[in-house]
Ligand binder design. Structure first.
Ligand code: XBP
Ligand code: MG
Length: 252
């Protein structure tokens, strides 16, 4: 089956959003609500084991704050905290300081020019995705994506395959006609669970994750003047990922 669509994870894949984006936005929300919660860089790495901001906050309290007395309306507090966090995060994105990772814009444009279809499958909140795309990739760029599958649209977040299955269903495509792009173990468990051949680009938080099942693991997508390195898998491309190299990967 020929390659028809590319499906991208967002956080860590399109852009490095976690350490200096989501993390400080959570902390700003905690301060706003008078909580003494503070997520430093190493702690946040551990918390990334749980996807979804609301789920991550609950996991933090359950695992790291046995001293915290939950009130009956704890779920409502988490929902309010998450709204505040989204406000802080999208305000940071609006400043345009979160760039796309190497090769992303180049590959997206090449894929579109060749008539491939594009989609997003992520656990993050939908407005975070549009804010990132519009402010970092350019105005109107969220329209490049035929489907933006995000957040609570499916109840079971990654590593469940549901968000990818939902995107495939919306596009009326078989997984065999697509390639997925991921950066994390939870992400590849989701994409592989949906039957998708997956290309992984690692980042500082995910370098040591288990990526068995990946078609290839690369440092990044690379650019002509800044080559990527293959970390595992049968990569036959040159220093940067092109549509041609993806078609070969998809076939093998
Ligand atoms: C992304 C996430 C999200 C973000 C926070 O994972 O886990 O939870 O960190 O987003 P993936 P929200 O890249 O695998 O999709 O606070 O909006 O949930
Ligand atoms: Mg990710």
């Amino acid at each position: 089956m020929s390659l028809q669509a590319l499906i991208f994870d967002v956080d860590g894949t399109l852009a490095d959003t976690e350490r200096d984006g989501h993390r400080p936005a959570f902390n700003a929300a905690f301060r706003e609500f008078g909580l003494d919660w503070d997520w430093d860089v190493p702690l946040y790495g551990k918390l990334l084991a749980v996807t979804g901001g609301k789920e991550r906050m609950k996991h933090y309290v359950d695992t790291f704050r046995p001293d915290y007395q939950k009130q009956a309306d704890f779920d409502d507090l988490v929902a309010e905290l998450h709204k505040a966090k989204t406000r802080h995060y999208t305000a940071m994105l609006a400043e345009g300081n979160v760039p796309m990772r190497p090769g992303i814009e180049r590959l997206l444009r090449e894929a579109m020019d060749a008539g491939l279809r594009l989609a997003v499958a992520t656990t993050t909140t939908p407005e975070n995705v549009t804010a990132l795309l519009e402010h970092s990739l350019g105005k109107g760029s969220s329209e490049w994506f035929e489907v933006i599958a995000a957040g609570d649209i499916v109840p079971a977040k990654k590593p469940a395959p549901d968000i990818y299955l939902w995107a495939l269903e919306q596009m009326k495509l078989e997984p065999q006609a697509c390639l997925a792009f991921e950066d994390s173990e939870n992400g590849i468990r989701a994409s592989r669970g949906a039957g998708l051949t997956t290309l992984v680009t690692v980042n500082d938080y995910t370098r040591d994750h288990d990526f068995s099942g990946a078609a290839v693991v690369l440092t990044d997508l690379g650019e002509p003047d800044a080559p990527a390195t293959a970390l595992s898998g049968a990569w036959q491309g040159q220093g940067y990922v092109t549509l041609e190299s993806l078609k070969i990967l998809h076939k093998t």
